[in-house]
Design a protein around this ligand. Structure first.
Ligand code: ATP
Length: 238
């Protein structure tokens, strides 16, 4: 069970109703080994969010298979308790402290308090004393890191972060990168999506690049990014 591959997807396809013959994700296959930090890269509309939502069991693929630690994924699959997920727009209650928000979230999962590993998750999220302040006083970056801390509760074996740097300024982007690096340093597996190679290449070990629903490149960061050349994916031309 522990030796199983964290993520293996094969022939994954998804078309939304009304989208005629346009696939959001088309015949996508890749795997992620234990301890890897996989960056899922691609421009707007590449299919990153659709892929992430299928991994989380939130939407059902039209074709293909997803195995997480060897178990097939469908909504409510028990193995999803080993997966922590951050999706865009994850909310919190602004008048409560960060810590109270996390506590409330964990209790809603129905799992025992001692399984939350809350202090470890908090240290990795790097929110410090702000945790005891009301969330309404937080910057955008802090709110986003609180949402990430929530995804890290329980220290899941697989952490999935969909565009965690969206809307953040460069210092906050650096903070977010540090959070990913600290989480991965525990030996756990992370998948993080982004528009920009420059945002993820320092924290990722491997990359999967998508465009128009298809995989266009995959491999270790050094191979894909050409040893540090500024490959931009979907960035506006300067
Ligand atoms: P972004 O960076 O903008 O979030 P993305 O790479 O995450 O882009 P997706 O959001 O997965 O891409 O979108 C892939 C394609 O599917 C796009 O053409 C998009 O317009 C379409 N799409 C996404 N969600 C829906 C939906 N609910 N209904 C119809 N089409 C959708």
């Amino acid at each position: 069970e522990l030796a199983a591959v964290p993520l293996e997807i094969s022939g994954l396809s998804k078309r939304y109703h009304g989208a005629a013959d346009r696939y959001a994700v088309r015949d996508l296959s890749f795997r992620v080994e234990r301890g890897q930090v996989l960056g899922l890269l691609g421009p707007n509309g590449a299919g990153k969010t659709t892929t992430m939502r299928m991994l989380m069991g939130l939407i059902r693929p039209d074709a293909g298979t997803i195995r997480i630690f060897g178990h097939a994924i469908r909504p409510g699959a028990p193995v999803l308790s080993r997966v922590g997920a951050f999706v865009e727009g994850a909310g919190s209650l602004p008048h409560l402290t960060g810590r109270a928000n996390l506590d409330l979230y964990w209790r809603a999962t129905g799992r025992p308090a001692e399984d939350s590993h809350v202090e470890e998750a908090l240290t990795i999220a790097g929110l410090g004393e702000a945790l005891d302040r009301a969330v309404r006083t937080y910057s955008q970056g802090m709110r986003q890191r609180l949402a990430i801390a929530q995804a890290m509760l329980g220290m899941p074996d697989l952490l999935i972060l969909d565009e965690p740097t969206n809307g953040l300024d460069p210092p906050q982007i650096r903070e977010m990168r540090a959070v990913v690096t600290r989480y991965a340093a525990t030996g756990r597996t992370v998948i993080v999506s982004s528009h920009l190679l420059s945002e993820v290449e320092q924290s990722c070990t491997h990359l999967v690049v998508m465009d128009k629903g298809r995989l266009i490149a995959a491999g270790p960061v050094a191979e894909i990014s050409g040893g540090g050349d500024a490959l931009f994916v979907g960035a506006p031309t300067a």
